[in-house]
Design a protein around this ligand. Structure first.
Ligand SMILES: Cc1cc2nc3c(=O)[nH]c(=O)nc-3n(C[C@H](O)[C@H](O)[C@H](O)COP(=O)(O)O)c2cc1C
Length: 176
């Protein structure tokens, strides 16, 4: 089975999660994985399954991911597809549920023929020192809702949770 893992990542934390998921899928000999930025993908016909990962900005998955889903809306229903979002608000069960309900499901509800095998939201990472003042202020507003620190490096990625999701999704891809 060939699985393509696509990510859209501004600062690299979503890319690192995509690479972790790819490594977990590749532990199974029956699976060949390719992991790449969604901007580099040409054709998806060769793949049996796709995992699409997007970071969240201003309460939406990134535009290149939304464009990809629109572009491939007739091909995606013929594949096994899973989706994950990465953002700071998904640092707890309640936050994850909100992200899934308010930001992931609306993207896919327009295309009911795309049946997601699995979807999840993962906590993200931000380095305040790398942000320009506009982005920094935006982030401070986002973080007010979460109670997380608003300076330095904040990493809420839960690698155990991510790994469990990857193993569970891999089993679903293999039909186990
Ligand atoms: C400009 C900007 C806007 C963001 N907006 C949100 C948001 O609306 N909700 C949220 O929970 N996190 C938000 N974040 C946090 C990112 O989703 C989080 O840092 C994520 O891990 C970034 O992924 P990346 O490293 O792959 O770019 C935002 C980050 C930036 C830089």
């Amino acid at each position: 089975m060939k699985v393509l893992i696509l990510y859209s990542s501004g600062y690299g934390s979503t890319k690192e999660i995509a690479e972790k998921i790819s490594a977990i899928f590749a532990e199974q000999k029956a699976i060949q994985t390719t992991v790449t930025s969604i901007d580099n993908v040409n054709a998806i016909d060769d793949y049996d399954g796709l995992i699409i990962g997007s970071s969240v900005r201003a309460d939406l998955p990134l535009a290149n991911v939304r464009d990809f889903i629109v572009r491939e809306r007739f091909v995606l229903p013929t594949k096994k597809v899973a989706f994950f979002a990465v953002c700071l608000a998904a640092n707890c069960d309640h936050g994850r549920d909100e992200i899934k309900k308010n930001f992931i499901m609306p993207v896919f509800s327009k295309y009911p023929e795309i049946k997601l095998v699995s979807m999840e939201a993962f906590g993200g990472k931000i380095d305040f020192d790398k942000l320009n003042p506009v982005m920094k202020n935006l982030m401070i507003k986002v973080l007010e809702k979460t109670g997380l620190p608003t300076a330095g490096s904040v990493d809420t990625r839960d690698w155990e949770f991510i790994s469990s999701w990857a193993i569970e999704t891999r089993q679903k891809f293999l039909g186990e």
